[in-house]
Design a protein around this ligand. Sequence first.
Ligand code: SF4
Ligand code: SF4
Length: 272
Amino acid sequence: MTEEFFTSERIDRYAFLPFTACEVTDKARLDRILQGKPCRAVCVFLIPYRVESAKGNLSRYAHARDYHLYFEGLCERAQGAFPAFLTGLADRSPIHERSLALKAGLGVRGKNGLLLNETYGSFCFIGVLLFSELPQDAVLRGPLPARDCVGCGACLAACPTQCLTDPKKPCLSALTQAKRLTEEEEELLKRSELIWGCDRCQEVCPVNRGARQTPIPFFKEDLIESLTEESLNDLIETGEWARRAYAWRGKDVLFRNLKLCTRARTPDTDQT
Ligand code: SF4
Ligand code: SF4
């Protein structure tokens, strides 16, 4: 059943571990989620999202529809497939997902803070399923010691803000999501020409060279690589906006970022 489930989901990088392998970062939240039910096993897996799409002003992970929508569907199917299934966790998780994936041997720890898988590179989301007990035919793994990447330093050198070497510097990805920006931060965004996320440290990573494209249909469909004010207005009017990874931050942040990038491309006539 376990292999059939993941094969039908087109997920080929997964591992079962004992719950004790989890690094719990928010116990109160985890308790609320579990509601007193015992959790003895977890399955951690990679959700690759890379497709051969054009480079745009949106980060690659946001080209398809919001992966939370995909994950909700997957959890519903897991509920039907596994009697011991409790719930699924992705993103705002009360356990440290990357550390669990490292312990499962699903990749190495990159200097850019991302998990690097030998096949899909760093273009993966991490999902976790919780079980009251190990599914009958599942094999328990690890936990294995976490391993580091080769440490070539290409990501450190390419980072436009040097935030990977100086923790006081901001990450562009976080800036594109910030409600308020200082003048200095606005300048950084203008130069980047990005309106959501940043992939620079991933683009230069040698592990990502030839990273396999996702086999999961959800991430190959309804792709939007770039937005303009006009196309953003269209998204909002049609309701498609609500299905996008950036919707949670509100449209004003996206419009502001677009304005900054447009201003950066428009010559300042006052200076003549
Ligand atoms: S996402 Fe961009 S700004 Fe952030 S660490 Fe990577 S290269 Fe630097
Ligand atoms: S670019 Fe080099 S140092 Fe950075 S994550 Fe990739 S392998 Fe590691």
